[in-house]
Design a binder for this molecule. Sequence first.
Ligand code: NDP
Length: 824
Amino acid sequence: MSILDIFETMEYGPAPEAAAPALAWLKERQPLRLFINNQWVAPSSGQYIESVNPADGKTLVQIAAGNSADVDMAVEAARTAFETWSKTPGHVRARYLYAIARHIQKHSRLLAVLESLDNGKSIRETRDLDIPLVARHFYYHAGWAQLMASGLPGYEPVGVVGQIIPWNFPLLMLAWKIAPALAMGNTVVLKPARYTSLTALKFAEIVQEIGLPPGVVNIVTGEASQVGEALVRHPDVNKIAFTGSTDVGRSIRRATAGSGKKLSLELGGKSPFIVFDDADLDSVVEGVVDAIWFNQGEVCCAGSRLLMQENIAEQLVSKLRVRMERLRVGNPLDKAIDMGAIVSPGQLTDIQRLVELGVAEGAEMWQPSWACPTEGYFYPPTLFTNVSPATSIAQVEIFGPVLVSMTFRTPAEAVALANNTRYGLAASVWSENINLALDIAPKLKAGSVWINSTNLFDASSGFGGYRESGYGREGGKEGLYEYVRPAWKIHTAPVSTPPFAQFPIANGSTTLFNENTSLLDRDVEDDIFASMPTTNGATASFPSIDRTPKLFIKGKQVRPDSGYSRDVYGPKGQTIGQVGEGNRKDIRNAVEAAHAASGWVSGTAHNRAQILYYMAENLAVREEEFARSIVQQTGRPYADALNEVQIALSRLFSYAAWTDKYEGTVHKPPMRGVVLALPEAIGVMGIVCPDEYPLLGFVSLFAPAIAMGNTIIIIPSEQSPLSATDLYQVLETSDLPAGVINIVTGEREPLCQVLADHDDVDAVWYFGTAEGSKRVELASAGNMKRTWVNYGHTRDWLDTVQSEGQEFLREATQVKNIWVPYGE
Ligand code: NDP
C-alpha cells in the first residue's frame, strides 16, 4: 500500500473524553437548585425541569424551575450587595475577578465536558476555545476593575443588572456579561438558557469557592416566561443585557421602553463570507468550515452567506463539497469529530423546516453522502447553491450548519449583496489583495469584520451588531460603557417645564419669568432691551411679524408640505414669528435627503472639521443678532443669551476639533495580527431638541452627530424654533453639502413619532418628556434603531461635563472591529 493509499483510506479511531467526572458531579448535586445570595435555594414553585443531553436525548439532571418570586429574591440580594460591592475598591474587585479566572482554569476540563454534554457541541471546541476565552474574559476585566478609577473617571456603576443568555455558548456568554458587570461595580442576576444551565451552576460554585460576597452574582434557572420576563420587568433592575433572537430582543425593547433601564442587545445575524477571485481558495475552504460548521452553525455571527466572485464560484463549490464529504458529525465528547449535536429537537425541526423551504424556493441543496447518527439530534453540513438573494434561506437566520451561496461580479456588487439583510453582526472578507480587503471592510454594515479569517474573538475587542443585530458592545473598553453611567446623571430631576419656566442661566440666577407668568412686566422688558446693543443705533424693540422661515431640506429652504405655518410666541405670549408646520411627508423627504448625502461619511474627517469651523466663523459674525433672537424668544437677559451663543460657538469648535481626533484604537489580541477598533457613523439619525436653550440645545446635538459623519433630520425646539431657523443662512454659507442637516419645524411629538417609526432611520436622539422618551423607545423596536433619550430628565446644556464631549461622540458612533491577521 502506498503512502497515498494510506492517506486516502486512513480513518480516525474514536478518541472519546470521559464523561464520568462530570456525570458524578451532576449526580452529587441532583437536583440542581437556584443560586441566590451565595446559597443554594429550592425554587419557590417546587418544580424542576429536565436538562437533556442532545447527543443521546437522555436526561442528565433536573434543574430548578425558578419563577418571579425567585427573581424578586435574587434582585433583592443583588440590591443589598450593590451597596457594598459598588464601593469596594477597584483593586479588591480586580482580585476577585482574577481569582475567578484562576478557578475557571483549575476546573477547565470539568467545565468543558459539562458544556459538551449539555449543549451538544464538540469537546474540541469547548476545551480549546470556549473555556480558555472564558478565563481570558475574567483576566482582562480584572484589569479594568483595577483601572476603572483612572480609565473611566466620572463614571459610576449602573446598579443591579439582569442578564439573559442563550444556549449556544453558555459559559462564554455568561463570562461576556458577568466579567464587565462586576469589574465596573455592578451586581448581577443571571438567567441561563433553559437548555444549557449546567456550566452556569458550576460557575456559581466557583463564586462560592473564591468567597465573592453574597448577592454579587445570583443565578436563577428556569423558563423564559417565568424567569426571563420577570427579570426584564423588575422595577429594581437598572440594566438588561440580552443575547438571543431578534424577536425576543424586540420584545425586551418594548417591555423596557420608558423604564430608564439601560439595554444592550446582541441579536441574530446572517453574516456574509465574501470571497474575491484572488483569495487563496484552500484557506477559504478551511475558513468556511470555521465560519458555518463551527458549533454546528449555532453561532450568531456564523458566516452563513457565502458570496463568491463569479469566476471562482464553480471551483470553490467543488472544493467545498470534497471537504464537506470529510467532515465528521458525531459524539460531542469524541475529540476527533468536527460537529456535535443540535441543541434541542425544536432547533433541529426549525433547521429542517428552513432547509425544506429553501428547496421549495428553488435553490439547489447538497449534503455529504454519509449519514448522521440517529440517536440524538444531529444534522449534516448542508450547502445551497443557485440561491436568489431575496429568498427566505438567504434572509432568515437558520442557526444551524446550513450555508447558502451566491455570486457577484464586482466589489461594489459584493458590498451591496453583503449588506442586503436586516442584520449587521459580522462579515469575513477573503482576498490576497489587502488594499481591496481594507477598502471593503468599512463599507460593510457589520460590527466585526474578519479579513482572511473568521469567528475570531477576544476580550480586548468589542463584539456587537449594527441594525437588527442589536446594539451595545461586549468586550473592549467600549463594552465597559454598557455597565456604567456618568456620575452626574444619578442626581438629575425629571423635567417639569411648562413654557418659559425657570431655566438655570449662566450667572447662577434664573430667568426673569416664572412659569405662571406669560406676560412680561413692562419695566423688566425695558430693562432687557436697554441692555441690548443695536446695530444701527436705533432703539431695540420686538420686531414686527416678518419672520416666516420655511423648512430646510436637502440644502434648500422649502415650503412645508402641509402649506401651513405655526405661530411662535415670545415670553409675553405675543407672536414673534411663524415657522413651517412640518408633517409626515416632510420628514420622509428629509430622510430621503439624508440618505442621499452619503458622501458626507465617505469624505474626510478633515473636511468635516473645516465645515464645522466655518459654521462657527459664520455664527461668530452674527452673535449679537442670535443673542437678540434668544432674548426675544425666551425673555432671558441679553448677557445670558449672548453667553448661550458664545458657548454654542465654542461647542462647534470642540466638535470640529474632535472630528479628526475621535479615532479608535488598535488592539493586540493574543494572535499574530491586529484589530482596528473604529468608531463609525451610525448612518441617518433623527434628533429631537429640548426646549431649553434654543440655540445651544440645537448646536450641542447636531454638531457631534455630523462631526462623526452621520446625516440628520433635526426637529428644533417646538417652543423656540427661531434660533434653529436663523441658522439656515449660516448653514448655507458654510459649504455644508445638501442633505447633511435637514431641519423640520413643527409639533415635536408627532414629528418625532414619524422619525422613531421610520425604517430608514438608524438612530433617534430625543430630549423631551418622559412620555415622549417611552414612545421613542417603543417605536424603535420596529427596526431596532438605536435610541438615546432623556426620560424627561434635565441636563445642564451650559455645562461642558454634562453636555459636550465623549458621551455625545459615543452615542453618535458604533464601533467596528476589523481583524487583520498577518504572517504567512
Ligand atoms: P431566545 O432568544 O428565545 O432565547 C435566548 C434567551 O432569552 C434564553 O435564555 C431564553 O430563555 C430567554 N428568553 C426567551 N424569551 C424571553 C423573554 N420574552 N423575556 C426574557 N427572556 C427570554 O432564543 P431561542 O433559544 O428560542 O432560539 C431561537 C432562535 O434565536 C435561534 O434559532 C437563533 O436564530 C436565535 N438565537 C440567537 C442567538 C445569538 O447568539 N444571537 C443565541 C440563541 C438563539 P429560555 O432558554 O428559557 O427560553
